[in-house]
Write a protein that binds this ligand. Sequence first.
Ligand code: MG
Length: 402
Amino acid sequence: MDTATMTPPRAAHAIDAIRSVETFIISVPRDVPYLGPLKEGEFINEKGYLVRRGNKSIYPSSDMTLVIKITGESGHVGWGETYGIAAPQATKAIIDELLAPVMKGRDPGAPVPLHEDLYDLMRVRGFTTGYYVDALAGVDIAVWDLFGRVTGLPLATLLGGRRHERLPAYVSGLPRATLQERCDLAVEWVGKGYRGIKFAAAVSEEGIVREMAALREAVGPEIDLMVDLHWKFEASEAIRLIRKLEPYDLYFAEAPVQPEDMEGQARVAHAIGTVLALGEEWRTTFEYRPRFEKRAMGVIQPEIGHTGITEFMAIGRMAGAFHVKTIPHASISIGLFTAASLCATSALQWVPYHEYQHSIFDRNLAFTNGVMGSAAGHYILPEGPGIGVTPNDDLWKYVIAA
Ligand code: MG
């Protein structure tokens, strides 16, 4: 017997067995870079990345992502996607080299034990977040999708049941060059029925207070206005700034201090009269738990492209135990992890909104088949088995590595 190529024996209760795991790096060109036009002194480097002076984070000039295809012995296919906007080659290598061979033969009807086992593989080496957990997130979404495809059941049903028939969408980002144009765009979205608007004011040339004052004036008192502060401030600076924003009645203030500064996060949360929203960069309950215990935020923003479905649900339910609301983050997705996020979120209890990155989501609807969309201030949730949507032929034109 060739023990070197053995797969685990199939359990009697298994619904299927994973036959193959494939990965595809996708790069879709953009006319205007994410977060709006480049300013003086900002440029696209030789590898296609840019850094904005306002927020210091690196972004690709195209929309990059990593798509995962898992095929079962039954012939059913599950689709996943993970966060792939910076060096997706790293995440792809982790899946291809480490995860895929371990996953072969495993039952997609048992996604949680599989996720736990994959997390354990690199725990001893300290890979408890970052690229490794992004890789886990992508395969986890694909495994849950395959579970749904084999059983014919929607993801929300597999997760315990759909609670929300539609989800309010807050408009994220106002990618225009001037404050007047951003105000006009905000008013345009309000006119289409959207009740929540967020701007990454840390990139505003006019200054954050002036930006939020102008936006409040433009949209009127009824709209939920949010500000993303992109980790730019020391805790005392953040407290002073957010207090200055109080006259504009913010729905939440996001990420004012650096993510490593747990004490600072809690200090800001306790000192302001505005809800603090945090968490887009955390991937596991281990990262969230100490912040919940310190009451460091009133809203969490898990990004399913980083967490996967298994951790997303664990985080969302843990938030409920601390009376904290979940408003999921929506990043650069070709549509697959957004679909997973919408399905999973529909099974969580305290969800006032889901982020809506209109400049990405609307365009990328062209790359998936199935029900999904947005209208009149809400997401139209995916329907059908698994995550509800599948990639279509148009997507494969943008594969840069497979
Ligand atoms: Mg943010």
